[in-house]
Design a protein around this ligand. Structure first.
Ligand code: TYD
Length: 395
């Protein structure tokens, strides 16, 4: 049964960056639910994929050094551990991972045509289609089977999970491996990062819920890794149950125990999270209002989907945060969805005009703080809402 636990209010589509602010930008109700049987946490509203992931999708995996390094490291590991003849990536974005493989050994699947174009241009086989059974059948006809299927931050974006895994099973080699990574529900609860929820993140996975889901398809997790990316993610290594050649790592049991200890199977845990989120809203507003009273200026760093949830849930407008900045071309000179806050192009001296930085991309705190050390030394202060709203002591 789906039980409601948190209402994050009226939200615009998180990646809908308008060139001109409009108070009439469409919104939906962002409500979170916990399924007591499957242990899955999800949002109630399902926006059609074609509205969210189209030729204007602005998110690019290669925009940060942290992500580029993480994909390089993973591709080295995949080659060493599984040595695939053919790897398929679901949601290959701008090619941050597949570019690390030989062109004849990888297939990308990327429905956002603007992104698929980037890897097609450099001759990487890319299907600019949604991942579904029809596409899986087409790929099977052409390539027979796939040894490794990889997908990062994509599966949680797809409403019909049964279709996703049915399609995976259709083309996965008998001894094939599926590697999936997505933000971790445990980390989200620990960090109070309620901003992991927005229209694109339909689900927030835990090992408990993924295990339940996979068992329907005779698949099982054989290893698991905690990652720092996206504010704390889990990488699940999955195989067919009947493949006994691969042993199940102790890491799986350890992670399950961590999740049970934190009460991820229990509804009351989510109600407690709701209380912490409500407090987080009060605190961030107090900090920003105090800064406003002192006539100081704030810029948001990283026009993330996460920041959109925060701004709209807390009702933060341009009187509290005057601008955002981002390096992504598709976001520059546009407005934060739902808000009259303009996104400025990142420039070396931009931060000079501000007294405080609000970390929209708090998941890249280290990278950003390193990059901006010069301004920090001169007195620029950083605000984060993770795990609880505060002004960081950095000097
Ligand atoms: P991410 O946290 O992955 O976003 P989302 O919540 O949308 O999934 O994206 C980070 C954003 O921050 C991305 O738009 C690029 C931007 N960014 C900068 O502009 N400068 C930086 O130095 C870093 C690290 C990120």
């Amino acid at each position: 049964m789906n039980k409601f636990f948190l209402n994050l209010g009226k939200q615009p589509l998180a990646n809908n960056f308008l060139t001109k602010f409009s108070p009439k930008q469409p919104t939906y109700n962002l409500k979170l639910y916990f399924n007591t049987k499957t242990k899955m946490v999800s949002i109630s509203k399902r926006i059609p994929s074609s509205i969210m992931f189209n030729s204007k999708y602005p998110y690019r995996s290669s925009m940060s050094i942290t992500m580029r390094n993480s994909f390089k490291k993973l591709s080295d590991e995949i080659k060493k551990r599984f040595n695939p003849n053919l790897l398929l990536e679901i949601g290959s974005n701008d090619g941050a991972l597949i570019k690390n493989f030989d062109k004849n050994k990888v297939i990308g699947v990327e429905p956002c045509k603007n992104l698929a174009k980037i890897t097609k241009k450099i001759d990487y086989k890319t299907f600019d289609k949604y991942w579904d059974f029809k596409l899986a059948k087409k790929i099977k006809r052409e390539f027979k089977s796939v040894d490794v299927i990889y997908s990062a931050n994509t599966i949680t974006h797809i409403s019909n999970l049964d279709n996703v895994f049915k399609s995976i099973c259709h083309i996965l080699a008998e001894n094939g491996v599926v590697i999936i990574e997505d933000p971790s529900l445990l980390q989200c609860l620990k960090k109070n990062s309620y901003d992991q929820f927005y229209n694109e993140h339909i689900y927030l996975f835990s090992t408990l819920s993924v295990r339940n889901l996979l068992s329907k398809f005779s698949l099982e997790i054989f290893d698991i890794k905690n990652l720092k990316t996206h504010g704390g993610s889990l990488r699940y290594y999955i195989k067919r149950k009947k493949n006994k050649k691969i042993k199940i790592s102790i890491n799986l049991k350890k992670q399950i125990n961590r999740e049970l200890k934190a009460g991820l199977d229990n509804f009351s845990t989510y109600k407690n999270f709701t209380n912490r989120v409500t407090k987080s809203k009060q605190r961030i507003l107090k900090i920003l209002n105090n800064i406003k009273e002192r006539n100081k200026k704030v810029i948001g760093y990283g026009a993330t989907a996460k920041a959109v949830t925060v701004l709209n849930y807390c009702n933060i407008n341009s009187d509290l945060i005057q601008n955002f900045t981002d390096t992504t071309p598709e976001k520059i000179n546009r407005y934060m969805p739902g808000k009259n806050i303009k996104i400025l192009q990142y420039k070396k001296n931009l931060l000079k005009n501000f007294d405080y930085v609000f970390l929209g991309a708090w998941n890249f705190k280290k990278e950003i703080v390193n990059k901006e050390s010069k301004f920090i030394k001169k007195g620029l202060k950083f605000i984060t809402h993770i795990p609880t709203p505060k002004i960081l002591k950095l000097k």
